[in-house]
Design a protein around this ligand. Structure first.
Ligand code: HEM
Length: 538
């Protein structure tokens, strides 16, 4: 555990803001003035009119009027829990991150989410799930902001507004809430086939998890780890649930949607309440930090690609246990602000162009969502390490900063030393070389293959998983109004596999197109496959 965190002014940070909790033997207004009655407006006579001078009435209604804040632009619906991460120490040779040293225990807060639906939508829809964890480490906050699908829709952050416009409800009718049952989604996929790999995962059983407790999580991007000696290693991060990976079948998901739209959040909260604490192992796949940042021909900067586990096994580095429910949904689950740029010494970014978009986007959106620049001071976001920044003032400033010279170095404030050097343990970006021959707006050639890995995924599925995937494609694509979009999607599916394409085409009552090339033979990944699976015949 860590010492109670303090600001430089000695005021406590972190933990719950007890002073503002509900309680006490009498009611007050927001100024602490005792109220004899909060049930009746002040009126001229018992039957009115109501008087403008009733400050309590105005304060109470004004506050209520502003109780809602904007929901997240994506991942609006979520459920979260507190917990602890205990490190095995097995990553010490590749990273100097203090929270990954042997037996170090770090408090965490994890928020799971759907991506597309609004805050009041259902839990068991077919969608990607967010899996974001805030580690309150001794060196500051580290956020691992991942999904339950190992790859992403797009390869470049500049396409994120486009893909979200395509998966969100249609702008005219605001339907459907689900990710995939509409024309814009399939239109996007068929015109941006880089999204095929993610879509294969989303149409598989992974798109309807049984429970948050039985989902894997993936950091998706490749990260750059650096150890005490300054040596670097590229890595992908994985969460493996101790309870195993389990999904609903589609019929269950639909019934559950109606019977209990809160199924996943209830399951998480009930399990924790009952002491059945969910656990995940954090694991890393590691790759040499070569100048081209590829591994076995796979471009590690392309977030639509995995590295199969038989090529780079996932090595366990620590255990996450979620052991406490939030005490206030708004203060914790709603106000938590994750960011892929919240890094600690030992973990750095790579040049993945999708990651670059995210590094800009989260801070920007939270500035609006959380009402100004001071959301790092909200209790759930406060680091458990000491904070001594030079950030001042702004909307919703709650710190009372001391000192007369808010810049460094300065010679005026006592106890305000010059910057400590990197040798003191500061965060220093790895001086990785930048390939900058010329400015271009083009994807690298190595991002061009959109179909080999979707095929690998298809081949790794068991027969029953394949049938589920075919049904999902047929059902969701069948919701499309435009035949041209269905036909274009079938042409993309033909590049993945003829049986898959043929079955979906049959289901839609359309002819099955042929692939434009010889399909590559790819080995199924043992991590995804079942032993003895048979190739289904038509
Ligand atoms: C929110 C994951 C790509 C923009 C989230 C959340 C997760 C997530 C888990 C919810 C965080 C929470 O629980 O509060 C991912 C993953 C991505 C990805 C794994 C790809 C590997 C992107 C990209 C952008 C983006 C490319 C923009 C360029 C956002 C925004 C939010 C969000 C704006 C809402 C944040 C907030 O309001 O606090 N993402 N995301 N994401 N993501 Fe992403």
């Amino acid at each position: 555990s860590q010492p109670a965190p303090q600001t430089p002014t000695g005021r406590p940070t972190g933990g719950s803001a007890e002073a503002f909790s509900q309680g006490g033997s009498y009611l007050t207004n927001a100024q602490g003035v005792r109220l004899p009655d909060s049930d009746h407006s002040l009126k001229a006579g018992r039957r009115g009119p109501v008087l403008l001078q009733d400050h309590h009435l105005r304060e109470k209604i004004m506050h209520f009027d502003h109780e809602r804040i904007p929901e997240r632009v994506v991942h609006a619906r979520g459920a979260a829990a507190h917990g602890v991460f205990k490190s095995y120490g097995t990553a010490e040779s590749v990273t100097k991150a203090a929270f990954l040293r042997k037996d170090v225990e770090t408090p965490v807060f994890t928020r799971f989410s759907t991506v597309i639906g609004s805050r009041g939508s259902s839990d068991t829809v077919r969608d990607t799930r967010g899996f974001a964890t805030k580690f309150y480490t001794s060196e500051g906050v580290y956020d691992l902001v991942g999904n339950n699908i190992a790859v992403f829709f797009i390869q470049d952050g500049i396409k994120f507004p486009d893909v979200v416009h395509a998966v969100k409800p249609h702008p005219d009718r605001e339907i459907p809430q689900a990710q995939s049952a509409h024309d814009t989604f399939w239109d996007f996929l068929s015109l941006h086939t880089e999204a095929m790999h993610h879509t294969m995962w989303a149409m598989s059983d992974r798109g309807i998890p049984l429970s948050y407790r039985t989902m894997e999580g993936f950091g998706v991007h490749t990260w750059r780890l650096v150890n005490e000696q300054g040596e670097t290693t590229l890595a992908k991060l994985h969460w493996k649930p101790k309870a195993g990976v389990h999904s609903l079948v589609w019929e269950e998901a639909q019934v559950t949607n109606g019977v209990d739209p809160d199924f996943h959040r209830r399951d998480l909260a009930d399990a924790i309440e009952a002491g059945a604490y969910p656990q995940w192992e954090l694991g890393i796949q590691t790759f040499p930090d070569t100048p081209d940042q590829t591994f076995e021909g796979i471009d590690l900067l392309d977030s639509t690609k995995i590295v199969p586990e038989e090529l780079a096994p996932v090595q366990p580095v620590g255990l996450l246990t979620l052991n406490a429910n939030p005490s206030n949904y708004f203060a914790e689950t709603e106000q938590v602000a994750f960011h892929v740029g919240h890094l600690v010494p030992g973990i750095d970014v790579t040049d993945d162009p999708l990651l670059a978009g995210r590094l800009f986007s989260y801070l920007d959106t939270q500035l609006t969502r959380l009402g100004g620049p001071n959301f790092a001071q909200l209790p759930i976001n406060r680091p458990h390490a000491p904070v001594n920044d030079m950030l001042r003032d702004g909307m919703h400033q709650t710190a009372v900063h001391r000192g007369g010279a808010p810049y460094k170095p300065n010679s005026l404030d006592a106890g305000c030393p010059f910057f400590a050097g990197s040798e003191e343990g500061g965060y220093v970006e790895v001086p990785a070389p930048v390939e900058a021959a010329e400015k271009v707006r083009q994807a690298p050639e190595s991002f061009a293959d959109h179909f080999t890995q979707p095929r690998l995924f298809w081949l790794s599925l068991s027969p029953v998983e394949r049938e589920h995937l075919i049904s999902a494609f047929t059902f969701e694509l069948g919701k499309c109004y435009e035949n041209a979009i269905k036909e274009r999607t079938l042409r993309a599916l033909a590049e993945v596999d003829p049986y898959l394409c043929g079955q979906v085409a049959d289901g839609l009552g359309l002819p099955a197109p042929e692939a434009t090339r010889e399909l590559p033979s790819v080995r199924p990944s043992p991590a995804l496959s079942q032993v003895g699976q048979k190739w289904p015949t038509k």
